[in-house]
Each structure stands twice: as C-alpha cells, then as structure tokens.
Design a protein around this ligand. Structure first.
Ligand SMILES: Nc1nc2c(ncn2[C@@H]2O[C@H](COP(=O)(O)OP(=O)(O)O)[C@@H](O)[C@H]2O)c(=O)[nH]1
Ligand SMILES: [Mg+2]
Length: 314
C-alpha cells in the first residue's frame, strides 16, 4: 500500500481566495496516491492562536505548517499534510490545518463558515481551538457552524427527510476535541478542582428554566451535545514568556513551561491513539473494500464542492 512518507511538507488543499473556495488539483492528486486507510484530524479556530504549532506536534515535526508570528497570514483556506500514522503503520494520518479564520483584513464571514464546515465534514477528529476560557462567543460560533454543516449534509442526502433523521448524520460526525490555549484560570467549581473534561461538561450544562433567556442559553449546548456525543477537552498553559512566543518553533522543550510540554504530549498521545478511521455516510469505512480510501475522501470533497455550489443557489 502506498504510504504518505513521501510528502515533504503541507500543501494548500482548499484555497480561500477572492471570495471563492477552490480545491487545489495538486493536493487532490497527492490524496489520490494514498491507498492506506486514513485518519483525518482537522483543527479550526481564530488566527494566531497556536493551531499550526499543535498540528506540527501531531505530525511529530518541529516545522511543517507555517507558523505565523506576523499580522499578515499565509494562503487562506485548508492546508493538507499526510504523514505516516505514529501508532498504526498501516494507516495514514491526514492533518488539515486552517488558515485565516476571523482575519480582519479578509473579513469574509461566510467563507470562514464554509471552511469551518468543510473541516467538520472531512475529519474523523475535529479540534476546536480557542483561547482563555470556554466562552459564549466560542460556543455560539460552534453552534452556528454545526447547524450549517447539518444543513449541507441534509441537502446532500435525499434520504434524510428535511433534516429530521439525524441518526445517520451523527454517526458520520467527527469526534470532538476542544483545545483551550493560554489558560490562566484555575479550573474549579465551589472550591473543588475540575479536570478539563469536567470543565467542558460544566460549560455545556443545560439550565433548567424555560424562559427565553434559558432557552437561548441551552440552544447551542443542546446542538453541540447532539452532534458531538464524544467530546474531550485539553487545556494548555502559556508556553513561555511573551517575548519568546514568536520563537516557539526553535525553542527546545526544556526552554518551555514544563506543564505546557506535558499538556502538548498528552494531547498528541490521545489524538493519535483515539482518532478513528474516517467513515463516509452509510458507515462506509474510508478503508472499505468498495473504493480506495482516498478515492472516497476525494469523492467526499467533490460532493462538498457540488453542495457548496447548489447551496449558494438558495
Ligand atoms: N501565547 C501562545 N502563543 C502560541 C502558542 N502556540 C503557538 N504560539 C505562538 O503564536 C504564534 C502563532 O502560532 P500559530 O501556530 O502559527 O497559530 P495559528 O495561526 O493559529 O496557526 C506563533 O508565534 C507561535 O509561536 C500558545 O499556546 N500560546
Ligand atoms: Mg496556522
């Protein structure tokens, strides 16, 4: 089986340019060359919040996805890097890094949402990266895009009667990982320490009241619970003093905060050992006998292209 070890660095898979999302044929060719089953990890979140750093760690490399220490960012869209899977030699780890979300200079919220939704559709583990605390704004954005993804998926499947039958869709949804960066908050409730998972569960707890305010509070939480039954949270302390933050790529582990180093190791170990093989609607494993895995992945992307197109007609 062809492996991904020949891919020296990331390439742009979906370019977000001049208001359009365009798939890069070269990247699609690279994907087609892989015949191993694929595990797909995608990361989404605002620009300059340490996403690429974390993805390079997952790849087991110091450099790869370009890390941004200036205000201007690189080609926007989704970047692809296929690397040998660290734990499963017969699998390929497909890493999808997103660029430019929430950039002021670009200011295109609609395309941001599409990039976000594509990352959910293409991944088997979806990493949502944010800074500081789990706050309402991050929750609302996740809610908005989850609903959008659901609508895209419902439109692509005539069997799903007006989106009411969500069982199949949920099984196709990726596992969810919330990565919280630069956490300085003490995780506790009523003086009792909380694990990151408990903190996430707590933040997603529903209110019992039935007034309008409570309903609005519960809405995004209900949606996140429904579509992401499997959830995990990792917190990261600031990696080092702020003056050194832009040299992170070149710093050795012993020059970084030791808790941060451990937190990154824990995230990588969990993500590489728990991420599943990508499955397609109908439960077809992307290593299924009917098609080669990347042909399936490919058709998934093509499908999304069509849906994007039809969706914009409405
Ligand atoms: N404060 C802080 N900075 C980080 C962290 N991880 C990476 N950085 C730095 O933040 C800048 C942007 O990182 P990058 O990984 O490119 O962020 P991305 O735009 O979200 O992909 C770089 O200068 C990194 O060295 C982190 O956990 N906390
Ligand atoms: Mg980046």
């Amino acid at each position: 089986m062809a492996s991904a070890s020949h891919m020296l660095g990331p390439v742009c898979l979906i370019e977000n340019t001049k208001g359009q999302l365009v798939a890069n044929p070269e990247a699609l060719k690279t994907l087609s060359a892989i015949t191993q089953p694929v595990v797909v990890v995608a990361i989404v979140g605002l620009s300059r919040t340490g996403k690429s750093y974390l993805m390079n760690k997952l790849a087991g490399k110091k450099k790869g996805f370009s890390m941004d220490c200036t205000v201007q960012s690189h080609t926007k869209g989704i970047w692809l890097w296929c690397v040998p899977h660290p734990n499963k030699p017969d699998h390929t780890l497909v890493l999808l890094d997103t660029e430019g979300l929430g950039d002021v200079e670009k200011g295109d919220n609609q395309n941001d949402s599409w990039i976000f939704a594509l990352a959910i559709l293409l991944s088997s583990t979806f990493v949502y990266n944010s800074v500081g605390t789990i706050n309402q704004q991050a929750m609302d954005q996740l809610h908005f895009v989850t609903e959008l993804t659901y609508r895209i998926r419902a439109k692509s499947s005539p069997d799903m009667n007006n989106g009411e039958d969500s069982v199949e869709f949920v099984s196709f949804f990726p596992d969810f990982v919330w990565t919280l960066r630069d956490v300085t908050l003490k995780l506790e409730v009523d003086g009792q320490p909380l694990t990151p998972d408990e903190y996430l569960e707590n933040s997603l707890k529903l209110k019992e009241g039935t007034n309008e305010k409570d309903k609005n509070y519960n809405l995004p939480r209900l949606c996140i619970h429904k579509f992401f039954p499997k959830k995990k949270c990792f917190v990261f302390y600031p990696p080092t003093e702020w003056k050194k933050l832009n040299q992170l790529e070149t710093l050795q582990d012993d020059e970084l905060d030791c808790d941060f180093v451990q937190q990154v190791a824990k995230f990588c170990s969990y993500t590489s050992s728990h991420s599943k093989t990508k499955t397609l609607p109908g439960g077809i494993k992307v290593n299924g006998p009917r098609e080669s895995p990347t042909q399936s992945f490919h058709s998934l992307l093509r499908l999304r292209g069509q849906i994007t197109f039809t969706y914009f007609q409405f």
